[in-house]
Design a binder for this molecule. Sequence first.
Ligand SMILES: [Zn+2]
Length: 268
Amino acid sequence: MRAGKARLKTLTSAALGLALILGSEAASHAQGPTASPRTAANSPVHETAQAPAPLMKRAAELVGALKEYRASLDELLTLQQKDLDAATEQRERWRDLFARELVSKRELEERETTVTVGQGKVEETRRNIMVADHAIAEAAAAGTLASLSPLVPGGYQRTAFLIRFNGQAAWSLRSGTVKLQQFFAARFARPLPISAFGQTPLHDRMGFDHHDALDVAVHPDSLEGRALMDYLRGAGIPFIASWGAVPGSTSGAHIHVGQPSPRIAARH
Ligand SMILES: [Zn+2]
């Protein structure tokens, strides 16, 4: 139990540490021999030739670093889940002991608090995993976008990896989001599932300009996703829909509302 706790602590700092180096030159460090998919192998070799090449290389580095970060979150979640299971089991025992007046109410309450805290940690890590998955999809999309010609105003394009729409309406994150929320709630009787609103610390570390954009956790092929894209096209609001960057998994699928993140290459 104690060893597990120490490991949990190390892993938490590892995940945070990796998050901190994202967006710095050290991001390429994560592309070491242990990095699973060699995404960088797909980037062009001649970096100095054209503008898109460094952008694609940078995108590939980010995808690699984010995948490492995501893997550490997965491991963290497993440990936190184990801790939560143990805490839940203990709480059940203490409930029984309390019923037989063998422990005090305060002792039982301490066990209940441990369970609540454990649930909070698991929930937070699950959320961080979703945010990381969306970030992986956006970093991969930035690489794809670098290889595509710019869309004409009002242009719409569907590729194997993404759907993009270059809407021309004036978009404001705050007022635009309120309208989106109203549309979504009226149509689907649930709140708009926003996974990132404006700039987040992870976007900062990635060097992504996400100030004027929001991410919605809906699959582009779902009823909700299609309805949302129809609404955005009708309103002239730009968006990029991604299916996610992990083959065989749709966990990163989402719709990015607002202009893409053009500042990804700013650091190179
Ligand atoms: Zn986004």
